[in-house]
Design a protein around this ligand. Structure first.
Ligand SMILES: [Zn+2]
Length: 423
């Protein structure tokens, strides 16, 4: 079983890159394979989506609701890491099968497994990102790095692009080495530079006259070459899945939802600075965490929690009508408002948000508590989108295995059905 991930690449981009001849090897796979649009997680964040992809579970079961979360009982933010994932990744439940897993986001720090694991972002210390540790010197020799340094893009786009290219080349070198040197049943390789590229240069991707257009396409050409190489290395009975964790679209404007909550009296910060979530005061009825999660400031759940359990439903209804009325230039900002129990189920349901918002096209929801305006525009040109990730299954006759509109939580079961079919 071979799984190739392209972080943040939308269904539409795969369609056009394959028909334009930029991704020729992938185009070849599409000819007789299954190619579907896929729904991401809600919210459409890599850490949440990849956690669902590798466990086959929803956030209520795997416990990962966002890139950042509050430490229970506090207003302090932390990065949930691989130890916070409450459901088992497929490589731990595959019995005696051996896996090589490269660069899946939110698998840091590494945990022991039957095989090899190289963590994806966020990975703070490379020594805790590689299992088994005796592989560390080999990867260091390749100048392997987990992620491109996105800070460079704020200084110089050329520096960022050079680092992006270097990161991709080392990733490909690492896959080649492990493909040959390891015995494996499952090989999973994720490319994450695609997401970084689209955040900073979605406009360049869309506009053929843009000075960086060809550089963006070239990144996809290199990935396609790696896909072609993998195709040649595959044996007749091997299965191949390609997928993304969420889609992408142009970012027109940032919408600061904590600012909106403050403006409307739902969020009250103490001492007037509003620099931090720890300044949330006891007159607060609700606050937001990135990108679009809304939490009622419930008594007993938070240090300054003041909403009584009996009043929670009324606050939720007020929040729904508040966000329903949010507009920019007479266009509604919010497309759908989900209550937690509509989209999540499982043991960890109560750790999640009370509401999750889904925005209309181009409107990027953010929960920056320091925001000074409702609408904003930063350096990013592209944003994640929820309903247009993609999934490709190589080979004829696999249509029945893939749901008409698959979601990221279906991948483990699709993979298992493919393996059973080939037996
Ligand atoms: Zn992203």
């Amino acid at each position: 079983m071979i799984i190739i991930g392209l972080d943040g690449v939308p269904y539409g981009a795969i369609k056009s890159l394959t028909s334009m001849g930029v991704m020729k090897n992938l185009a070849h796979i599409l000819e007789d394979g299954v190619f579907r649009q896929m729904a991401s997680s809600i919210p459409e964040v890599s850490s949440v989506a990849w956690s669902s992809i590798i466990t086959g579970r929803n956030p209520g079961e795997h416990g990962i609701y966002g890139f950042m979360d509050l430490t229970p009982g506090t207003y302090r933010l932390h990065f949930p890491n691989f130890f916070n994932l409450k459901a088992s990744p497929f490589w731990n439940t595959d019995g005696s099968k051996r896996s090589v897993i490269i660069n899946v986001p939110s698998t840091y720090p590494v945990r022991e497994l039957n095989g090899v694991l190289i963590s994806g972002f966020v990975a703070l210390n490379i020594n805790k990102a590689i299992y088994p540790p005796d592989l560390i010197p080999k990867l260091m020799e390749m100048d392997y790095q987990i992620d491109v340094d996105s800070n460079r893009a704020h200084k110089s786009m050329n520096l960022f692009l050079r680092d992006l290219d270097k990161t991709l080349k080392a990733r490909i070198e690492a896959y080649r080495y492990l493909w040959n040197s390891e015995q494996w049943d499952t090989f999973m390789l994720v490319f994450t530079g695609t997401d970084r590229l689209f955040h900073f240069l979605w406009d360049a991707y869309m506009d053929s006259a843009h000075r960086y257009h060809e550089i963006v396409l070239d990144h996809f050409r290199q990935i396609d070459e790696a896909i072609g190489e993998i195709l040649h290395r595959m044996e007749d009975n091997d299965n191949l899945l390609l997928l993304s964790d969420h889609g992408f679209e142009a970012l027109d404007v940032d919408v600061n939802i904590n600012y909106y909550l403050r403006e409307n009296g739902f969020l009250r910060l103490t001492d007037g600075t509003g620099e931090n979530f720890t300044n949330i005061g006891s007159r607060t009825k609700a606050f937001a965490l990135d990108p679009s999660r809304i939490y009622v400031n419930l008594e007993g759940r938070y240090p300054a929690g003041s909403v009584k359990p009996g009043d929670k439903e009324r606050v939720i209804e007020d929040l729904i009508s508040l966000f329903d009325s949010l507009e920019i230039d007479t266009i509604k900002v919010i497309k759908r408002i989900f209550r937690s129990q509509e989209i999540y189920h499982g043991t960890y349901l109560d750790q999640g948000p009370d509401l999750v918002l889904l925005s209309n096209k181009g409107l990027n929801l953010r929960a920056n508590i320091k925001a000074k305006t409702l609408f904003d525009k930063g350096i990013f040109k592209g944003k994640h989108s929820q309903d247009n990730a993609f999934l490709v299954v190589k080979g004829r006759g696999n249509e029945a295995i893939v749901p008409e509109m698959p979601t990221v939580a279906d991948i483990v079961s699709i993979k298992d059905k493919l393996i059973l079919k080939r037996r």
